[in-house]
Design a protein. Structure first.
Length: 392
């Protein structure tokens, strides 16, 4: 009996933790589903992933299904009195995700249990208990979510209010049949529910903190922290990928090399302390047209940047002009002086027409050609774009 009891506790904890893991890794998988790796992020100072509405709906359904699975593994205390922690995934999915996820999961769990009660000809009080308690759990979780508390504060508030609610509902259901046995059962219920919640919280908190560190290290190796563009270490990988894809599909791609005009003069005049401000500003301008899918932006060194366009972008010059317009409309203010930054941009569009075994230029050659185009643009004067086409 004791082993079965322990086994049920382990099963419930495992199911809850697996539901949150499923939530996290599904979100990450969907975020990275494109052919090109996309950046996903956590909300600042929070364990929550920033998710789209579509992802929230998918995760809500998945967490709801796992809540149903948990409901079939209730921990029996005595007779018909048992602990059912199917509500915990609702709380955790809101705290670690969003109210929409928990709301969808709660509706699915509530509807399933009410249908089950109907088929089993269960007394009306069970319908009321199921609907009322899960609705109150939603209200408590949403309230905690909106207050932006620490995980520890959130856990204390959730436990306090959910256990008080559970006590009053049980008191209403079994009154006036309260006996010493009933008091013991309720005490065991509170103890085990608290134990399950604390074990789950501690494990999840530690694992998700470790996961955040892994994501942070990964982003540091992939993205330029100053400009939020891809860094130079992954530029060659993406360039080779675009090149190979165009070669196999007999299509085209474009590469733009961008260099700031008179960056050194501005830097020398205002001091190196403002150099980072200039780079951040240039990064914002480039990010205004990139989308981490078919238009990728990179900082490849100093004030030199690059943009890759795949074969869905037939006019890369239009996007480069948009960057120039952004800088004209958003001048940088340094020491109350308005500075309009300008760029020299060289673009090379490569159409892969030859068979894979007869290619004349490598992707390194393409980079050198685009770099030459940028220097031609710079020689023509500030704020100039030079665009050439080649068949390879």
């Amino acid at each position: 009996m004791i082993f079965e009891f322990i086994n049920l506790i382990v099963i419930n904890v495992s199911l809850i933790i697996s539901s949150i893991f499923l939530f996290y890794f599904t979100a990450i998988y969907i975020s990275m589903k494109n052919e090109q790796e996309t950046k996903f992020s956590f909300a600042p100072e929070s364990p929550r992933l920033v998710l789209s509405t579509r992802v929230k709906i998918i995760l809500g359904v998945l967490v709801g299904c796992l809540g149903i699975l948990i409901s079939f593994n209730g921990i029996s205390i005595s007779g018909e009195f048992y602990i059912d922690v199917r509500y915990l995934p609702v709380y955790f999915s809101i705290i670690y995700g969003a109210p929409m996820i928990g709301g969808i999961a709660a509706i699915i769990i509530m509807m399933f249990k009410n249908i089950q009660f109907f088929l089993l000809d269960t007394p009306l009080i069970n319908y009321i208990d199921n609907t009322l308690f899960i609705f109150i759990i939603l209200l408590i979780s949403w309230s905690i979510y909106n207050r932006h508390l620490t995980l520890r504060q959130s856990g204390i508030i959730y436990l306090s209010y959910s256990l008080m609610t559970r006590f009053f509902i049980l008191f209403f259901i079994y009154y006036p049949a309260w006996t010493n046995n009933m008091i013991i059962n309720v005490t065991i219920y509170i103890f085990l529910y608290t134990l399950l919640f604390l074990i789950t919280s501690i494990i999840l908190d530690n694992i998700i903190n470790m996961f955040k560190k892994v994501i942070s290290y990964k982003e540091r190796s992939t993205f330029d922290l100053l400009t939020n563009l891809y860094n130079k270490h992954v530029f060659s990988l993406f360039l080779e990928n675009f090149y190979t894809q165009a070669m196999h599909q007999r299509s085209f791609f474009s590469l733009a090399i961008i260099d700031g005009d008179e960056f050194k003069e501005i830097n020398d005049h205002y001091g190196h302390l403002f150099g980072d401000d200039i780079l951040v500003h240039l990064g914002k301008a480039i990010n205004s047209v990139t989308n981490n899918s078919n238009i990728l932006g990179f900082r490849i060194g100093g004030d030199e940047f690059a943009i890759l366009f795949d074969d869905t972008i037939v006019s890369p010059i239009k996007y480069c002009q948009t960057i120039q317009l952004y800088l004209k409309n958003h001048p940088l203010i340094i020491e109350e002086n308005e500075i309009k930054l300008t760029l020299s941009i060289g673009i090379i569009t490569v159409e892969q027409t030859s068979p894979a075994d007869n290619i004349q230029k490598s992707y390194q050659d393409i980079f050198e050609l685009a770099d030459k185009e940028m220097y031609i643009a710079k020689a023509k004067g500030r704020d100039t774009i030079q665009h050439s086409f080649i068949a390879n």
